[in-house]
Design a protein around this ligand. Structure first.
Ligand code: DX5
Ligand code: ZN
Length: 228
């Protein structure tokens, strides 16, 4: 699978979201962080904003739900126009049922792990998912430092994907930048969320292109990708 770069609008100007989406034209997805001030200590946006944003841009929306009770809310984000919906396994009451519901409604189903949540208990669940998100910071805020201690988890997840022959995308989110993206790609990630590294740049579209070039080069050298 080709490298994908998903700018996070958490670092964009919320009063100008349509223009900020346009500013990263060429990105694969727009990453939309939904926070409820319960699952994480921050509050962002909800279904009505996603609905408006979906109408305002052609770039597909990758909604990352950092909320309690995703079993209840996630399907509404599909109806609002999200093409991919990520719920946190720590918050989901019935992750298999929820993933199936998201898929049945026509979106890609994705599950996220906070830094302290291991992948191993969820090996049997991976075929139910289109993407797995490994958080490389504690969720809640943009601009935090990348957690290098997550690299072994990315590696082990990539091994599980290979072992089961899955088409699962492996996303990393948090502290991804020009100085960390190569480590992520080398470890096995293929979908990269970047907030401050994109919207903090002079030219966000150019930042997306530069990150993609770096990630592609690192993937071409990576042992996990060598067999294809
Ligand atoms: C953090 C969010 C991230 C955030 C990443 O909880 O899930 O998507 O926007 O921001 P950076 O890339 O600045 O770490
Ligand atoms: Zn996110």
């Amino acid at each position: 699978m080709a490298v994908q770069i998903n700018p996070s609008i958490l670092s964009a100007d919320f009063a100008r979201l349509a223009e900020e989406a346009e500013a990263v034209r060429g990105a694969d997805w727009l990453h939309v962080d939904v926070m409820d001030n319960h699952f994480v200590p921050n509050l962002t946006l909800g279904v009505p904003v996603v609905e408006s944003l979906a109408r305002a841009t052609d770039t597909p929306l990758d909604c990352h739900l950092m909320i309690e009770d995703p079993d209840r809310w996630a399907p509404q984000y599909v109806e609002a126009g999200a093409s991919s919906v990520t719920f946190h396994v720590e918050a989901a009451a019935a992750p298999v049922r929820l993933a199936r519901e998201i898929r049945a409604k026509g979106a890609r189903a994705s599950m996220a792990l906070k830094p302290a949540t291991p992948i191993e208990p969820f090996e049997d669940l991976l075929p139910e998912l289109d993407m797995l998100l490994i958080m490389t910071v504690e969720p809640g805020f943009g601009g935090q430092a990348f957690l290098d201690i997550m690299l072994p988890k990315i590696r082990r997840t990539r091994e599980l994907i290979g072992k089961h022959g899955l088409e699962l995308w492996l996303q990393v989110d948090g502290g991804v930048s020009a100085s960390t993206i190569e480590r992520c790609a080398d470890a096995g990630a293929d979908v990269f969320v970047a907030g401050s590294a994109v919207y903090g740049a002079q030219d966000p579209a150019e930042a997306v292109r530069a990150l993609r070039t770096q990630a592609e080069a690192a993937t071409a050298q990576a042992s996990w990708a060598c067999d294809h």
